[in-house]
Design a protein around this ligand. Structure first.
Ligand SMILES: *[C@@H]1O[C@H](CO)[C@@H](O)[C@H](O)[C@H]1NC(C)=O
Ligand SMILES: *[C@@H]1O[C@H](CO)[C@@H](O)[C@H](O)[C@H]1NC(C)=O
Length: 222
């Protein structure tokens, strides 16, 4: 990015100053301690992502707490649910490939699917290893009932169960009624605001300055 900027300033070519990445959107919520909440994943990051106990209260020892998916006390806080602010914009949190995006924020625009044209400001607090349909460059939006992915121990130990398929989660808004009360709104968000499952819809996204609306929840920025 810096290299392209220098070339453009020097007039050596018409390189774009900012480059929109493309990928596909997915959903997930495995209840595990978010993957960015480890010191090794926090390079050039201010603060560290909030981690909660089994009752969704913030843990003081977030970085050292063992994951609830590993027999520990650290879980994904219910405060990371997606929130609509208008019909065309939502705020929320995301799982992205690798640790390099930890605590960075992105403006995501849907390019296909029922949310086409809608936008979402997300902050990465979790990371994934590419598996199955989910590839580096894709964004998994933290959505309760969005699927537990490869890890079925988190929600089972925090809430006693998982909801829907491991990939994709519940398949309709009405199934959101099966989630605990504190997670239902975030589950309905997908079918009400995005108007569909979200899985594999095309997205375009660009890094943006993190808004306080997200950093005040996560406790980190980059
Ligand atoms: C589930 O999460 C724990 C803790 O992060 C991890 O040790 C374990 O490997 C994960 N299991 C799978 C199947 O990904
Ligand atoms: C898009 O919306 C229509 C109408 O509500 C619905 O029938 C369809 O299942 C939705 N598509 C997806 C991929 O969710």
């Amino acid at each position: 990015m810096r290299f392209q900027t220098l070339l453009a300033v020097a007039g050596l070519g018409s390189f774009p100053l900012t480059h929109a990445a493309t990928g596909k959107s997915f959903t997930g919520w495995d209840c595990c301690k978010p993957g960015c909440a480890w010191q090794a994943n926090l390079r050039n990051v201010q603060g560290s992502p909030k981690v909660c106990d089994i009752n969704n209260n913030g843990l003081p020892n977030a970085l050292s707490a063992k994951s609830g998916c590993d027999g520990g006390t650290g879980y994904l806080c219910d405060a990371y649910v997606p929130t609509p602010v208008s019909d065309s914009l939502s705020y929320g949190f995301a799982t992205m490939g690798g640790a390099a995006n930890c605590c960075k924020c992105f403006l995501v625009t849907w390019k296909s699917g029922n949310a086409s044209g809608k936008q979402m400001l997300v902050q990465a607090v979790n990371n994934f290893e590419p598996a199955g349909d989910v590839k580096i460059g894709d964004i998994v939006i933290l959505t309760p009932g969005g699927g537990n992915g490869p890890n079925e121990t988190g929600c089972r130990s925090q809430y006693g169960k998982n909801w829907g398929q491991s990939g994709g989660g519940v398949s309709s808004g009405s199934e959101c009624a099966n989630l605990p009360q504190n997670l239902q709104g975030g589950c309905y968000w997908r079918y009400n605001w995005a108007r569909g499952a979200i899985n594999k819809w095309d997205i375009e996204y660009q890094q943006v300055t993190c808004p306080s609306r997200l950093t005040s929840i996560s406790g980190c920025s980059a």
